[in-house]
Design a protein around this ligand. Structure first.
Ligand code: ADP
Ligand code: MG
Length: 400
């Protein structure tokens, strides 16, 4: 869906206080940031604003503190990696994103300097899209720039309501995400394939239904595949599976047929009695899953089938891992498919786009991020964009 929005080319930011909404919701373990992709990807916007002499205030949410101050969900651990991503200069940190601390921090800023404000979601008004909270946020700035594509599907105060109070434009990352997704998916080179996996079965079923009218090939993996296998009468044992969604799964299979969209399901599986690292596994044809077993990965035959099908396609969108990739050896299937996609992309046979928190983590683990045509910082927003749904964060930038 194409929506007109303004960009950094349409505003004069020199000497102005710019509120830059970013998504710094990065994975943190024991106080350390474990993946910096979301930080690295906002650097071009921040550098451009610095060069133009703006005073930059970074706004972000982190985790789900639900309107309360939760120390473990402070944005403080992000400060140091952010600092090094921006070339080592020191940043101003404000303990609160509104009120006197925010006011003081924003007043202290000189042209080209950067401040980070504390977690937006420490205030309940953020998720409620509260105009009073949005106005308090807006008080620190003169121009609003949204670079948080990953949060664009949420109608939250720092994404939607704030645009009522300040001139509002899209940042360079937001632009890159939208332009790239539009270029590849508005009129994609066909055949177009989608790989959809992961765990959010019920929510992604709707997506699958919508996708069958957009893609030529739909590879279903992960926990979601089990729901389709079960619906087709195949025993999935103790696997992750939503049995009550069987009718819905069969309906999607029928709609796919009508739309000439080929569905590919796993033909074999790696099965274990429990989800645990280096536990005993068996690899079986998909119709031989033991009653007590859990499907935790696609097997080598499935990888071969997927690879052969993708070799016939020209474009690919991928969200959701094929397996429980966090726990070895169940990462093997996702890694093998990732390498196949990387290879096809490198030899220019495939245009490949992937997105989703866990998906990106899996691709990163496989070491193939750089080989993909494009990796989106977004999960939910990426999916809703593909579905053709309206994204509140983008609509807000259009002034409608
Ligand atoms: P994303 O964050 O990329 O949108 P999801 O959150 O939907 O993806 O799904 C990722 C999760 O799905 C991972 O934690 C992975 O372990 C899990 N998963 C995938 N396949 C299986 C499976 N067969 N059994 C159990 N968990 C699975
Ligand atoms: Mg996830």
């Amino acid at each position: 869906m194409k929506i007109a929005y303004k960009t950094l080319d349409d505003v004069n930011v020199a000497g102005k206080r710019v509120l830059l909404r970013v998504d710094l919701n990065v994975p943190v373990k024991n106080g350390l940031v474990t993946d910096t992709m979301r930080i690295d990807r906002i650097v071009p916007t921040v550098q451009e604003l610095k060069k133009k002499g703006a005073r930059i205030i970074l706004l972000s949410h982190f985790g789900r503190p639900k309107g309360k101050i939760v120390r473990e969900m402070s944005l403080r651990p992000v400060l140091r990696p952010l600092q090094s991503a921006l070339g080592g200069e020191s940043l101003v940190f404000s303990e609160d994103c509104i009120g006197p601390p925010a006011e003081q921090a924003s007043k202290r800023l000189k042209d080209g300097e950067v401040a980070l404000f504390e977690n937006l979601r420490f205030h309940g008004g953020e998720e409620r899209n509260d105009p009073v909270f949005a106005r308090a946020l807006a008080a620190s700035g003169q121009i609003y720039v949204n670079d948080a594509f990953a949060a664009a599907h949420r109608a939250h105060a720092s994404v939607a309501a704030i645009t009522k109070f300040l001139p509002s434009v899209a940042g360079r990352l937001m632009q890159a995400e939208l332009v790239t997704l539009e270029r590849i998916l508005e009129s994609p080179e066909r055949p177009l394939a989608a790989i959809i996996g992961g765990a959010k079965i019920s929510t992604k079923l709707e997506l699958l239904g919508n996708l069958t009218s957009k893609v030529n090939l739909l590879v279903i993996g992960g926990g979601m595949a089990n729901t389709f296998l079960d619906a087709a009468g195949i025993e999935v044992g103790a696997s992750m599976c939503e049995r009550r969604m069987a009718d819905e799964a069969n309906r999607i299979t029928m709609v796919a047929k009508q739309n000439n969209c080929e569905i590919v399901l796993p033909v074999d599986a790696v099965v274990a009695g429990q989800l645990a690292a280096n536990t005993r596994t068996v690899t079986v044809p998909i119709n031989k899953v033991p009653k007590q077993g859990m499907i935790l990965d696609i097997g080598p035959e499935s990888v071969k089938v997927i690879e052969a099908k993708l070799a016939e396609c020209k474009s690919l969108v991928w969200n959701g891992p094929m397996c429980a990739f966090e726990t070895p050896p169940f990462d093997a299937g996702t890694t093998a498919v990732a390498h196949a996609v990387a290879r096809l992309t490198r030899v220019k046979k495939l245009i490949s786009v992937a997105g989703g928190g866990d998906t990106v983590a899996a691709l990163s683990k496989a070491g193939v991020i750089g080989d993909f045509t494009y990796v989106s910082t977004a999960g939910g927003a990426f999916l809703e964009w593909i579905e053709g749904k309206e994204l509140p964060g983008i609509t807000a930038l259009s002034g409608k």
